[in-house]
Write a protein that binds this ligand. Structure first.
Ligand SMILES: [Zn+2]
Length: 200
């Protein structure tokens, strides 16, 4: 016996999510069809709206609903200071710390050539352009300390040095690279204040 085609289509669609295999996808589809029609419709509407309405900010690559995100569009933010983070969740963590008044650049990942993630996928050509505009005086690295995080940090360092821009790194001891959102604001604020020049 096979599922009705629409049920199969729904199950297949769920398998595009990270960590969701055929069995979990099947459970999700059954749950919505059996007990969650209203939630299912809301899920569909939210997916549709986000897929059509969310883009990447042209300056920092964070999610935005206009060409610029609210941070890049805010003239009170210090445009000479740019914090390099791996994910939009990391930006939220910095914003919640209440300590940071500069801007961001969101890589949406870390360098991982074997997985096909190179400089272009991380928008590092866009960062290079921003560095060469001459407005930035300090880059603050808040990427992870994994192999990928280190490779990314060194790539960014090279770009900054070519442009004559100083680089610092937030104090170690907090989990970074997609994990910042689990750090409390006070700890993150302290890591930011304790940042050190990064040059090797
Ligand atoms: Zn932005």
């Amino acid at each position: 016996m096979k599922h009705a085609p629409l049920v199969d289509q729904l199950i297949n669609a769920f398998t595009c999510l990270p960590g969701v295999g055929p069995r979990s996808a099947q459970r999700m589809a059954y749950a919505l069809l059996d007990r969650g029609r209203e939630s299912g419709r809301r899920l569909g509407d939210a997916l549709h709206a986000a897929m059509d309405g969310v883009q990447h900010c042209q300056r920092c690559r964070n999610y935005a609903e206009a060409e610029l995100c609210p941070v890049c569009d805010d003239p009170r933010r210090d445009a000479s200071l740019v914090c390099i983070v791996a994910t939009p969740g990391d930006v939220l963590a910095f914003e919640q710390s209440g300590e940071y008044r500069g801007q961001y650049f969101v890589l949406m990942g870390e360098l991982s050539p074997l997985d096909g993630v190179g400089p272009r996928e991380l928008g590092l050509d866009v960062l290079e352009q921003r560095l060469n505009e001459g407005q930035i005086s300090e880059l603050i690295l808040a990427t992870g300390t994994t192999v990928e995080g280190e490779a990314t940090a060194h790539y960014v360092l090279d770009l900054a040095q070519d442009a004559g821009v100083g680089v610092s790194r937030i104090a170690q001891g907090v989990p970074m690279g997609g994990e910042l959102e689990f750090v409390d604001g006070a700890t993150l604020a302290q890591a930011l204040r304790g940042r050190r020049p990064f040059d090797a």
